[in-house]
Design a protein around this ligand. Structure first.
Ligand code: NAD
Length: 332
């Protein structure tokens, strides 16, 4: 199979590209990525000489670039997005142009080229905060912030292309991912790297918000299965089945890095901060998928990865990153 992966230079996309090249000897991957601040070709240095892999720099909102890259592929797996909630709260324009208009451009191109599979990567955040129980695929969407609202729009648009145009779309909605190559603005790599550097760990509000954590390699396996065995027009929730309060997670990170809890620094809560996300992943389980990594082992492996890869994250955490984050936390 020849697969166009959008956003393959980002966190989940790069892990997915590596997963496909490792698991499927006959597959080829085109990684189509704009290389925004979150895209990093270092994430795929180890596969760049593989003849089955090709990188194309391009913008999913650019129709001509998209059509050229998509020509002749069997499937599209669409990860490319603006992904950080805090950035969307500070300014949502890029979120609308990339996540909504960019997805529209890809769907149109896929329709024109009659692509046989289009997997749209969505998020559990589209369901909004879940007080009790777990969200199922046909539950109403109730996004709370500009990021999740833009993802909900993209998700609904992708589904409309199935309903109206019979473009063979499948949507996955996963819970919070963690693992190697995650940009260190997201909570787990931010806290691991801050702890390594003896810097404060800025914990939102009372620290009792709950997230369901999914190891990135488990998500890649699920997406791969959905790509090959999922049913067209369907949505699949992909949850880690490991709910944990942020404060508990923070203590676990500090314990694994070997740093004191005095580094925990409460900061004013994120506006519109969803209290809890939870997914019912029964449909994905029905396809034969289950997470194979336990949370404690995967978190330990992730901490070790960041300890061993300072050369990857130290340059990211200097310069523009520092300016952005110092401004964020000063204003609280
Ligand atoms: N990280 C999570 O916990 C999580 C959970 C659920 C769903 N998701 C979804 O999974 C996908 C990947 O998330 P991630 O955490 O790997 O993101 P990321 O921010 O690490 O990477 C995003 C990638 O998209 C690229 N990109 C951005 N705008 C682009 C454009 N206009 N054209 C082409 N490429 C562009 C960036 O350069 C980057 O490589 C996103 O759609 C996100 O909404 C993420």
């Amino acid at each position: 199979m020849k697969i166009l992966v959008t956003g393959g230079a980002g966190f989940i996309g790069s892990n997915f590209v590596r997963h496909v090249l490792t698991a499927h000897a006959d597959d080829a991957v085109i990684n189509f990525d704009k290389l925004t601040y979150a895209g990093n070709l270092e994430n795929l240095r180890d596969v760049e000489t593989d003849p089955r892999y090709r990188f194309v720099r391009g913008d999913i909102g650019d129709r001509a670039q998209v059509l050229e890259a998509m020509e002749g592929v069997d499937a599209v797996v669409h990860f490319a997005a603006e992904t950080h909630v805090d950035r969307s709260n500070a300014g949502a324009a890029e979120f609308l142009s990339t996540n909504v208009t960019g997805t529209f451009t890809l769907l149109e191109a896929a329709r024109e080229l009659k692509v046989a599979r289009f997997v749209a990567i969505g998020t559990d955040e589209v369901y909004g905060s879940i007080a009790k129980g777990a969200a199922r695929e046909l539950d109403p969407l109730n996004p709370s912030n500009p990021y999740s609202a833009s993802k909900a729009a993209a998700d609904l648009l992708a589904r409309a292309y199935w309903t109206t145009h019979r473009l063979p779309v499948i949507v996955t909605r996963s819970s919070n991912n963690f693992g190697p190559y995650q940009y260190p603005e997201k909570v787990i790599p931010l806290f691991i790297t801050n702890a390594i550097e003896d810097k404060p760990l800025p914990l939102y509000g009372d620290g009792k918000n709950v997230r369901d954590w999914l190891y990135v390699l488990d998500n890649c396996a699920a997406i791969d299965l959905v790509l090959r065995k999922g049913k067209e027009g369907e949505i699949y929730n992909i949850g880690g089945s490991h709910e944990v309060e942020n404060i508990v997670l923070t203590r676990q990170v500090l314990h694994l890095v070997g740093k004191p809890e005095t580094l925990i620094t409460p900061v004013v809560d994120r506006p519109g901060h969803d209290r809890r996300y939870a997914l019912d992943s029964g449909k994905a389980h029905g396809l034969g998928w289950k997470p194979t990594h336990t949370f404690p082992k995967a978190l330990e492996a992730t901490v070790s990865w960041y300890k061993e890869h300072e050369a990857w994250w130290k340059p990211i955490k200097s310069g523009a990153f520092r300016t952005y984050y110092e401004k964020q936390y000063q204003s609280r």
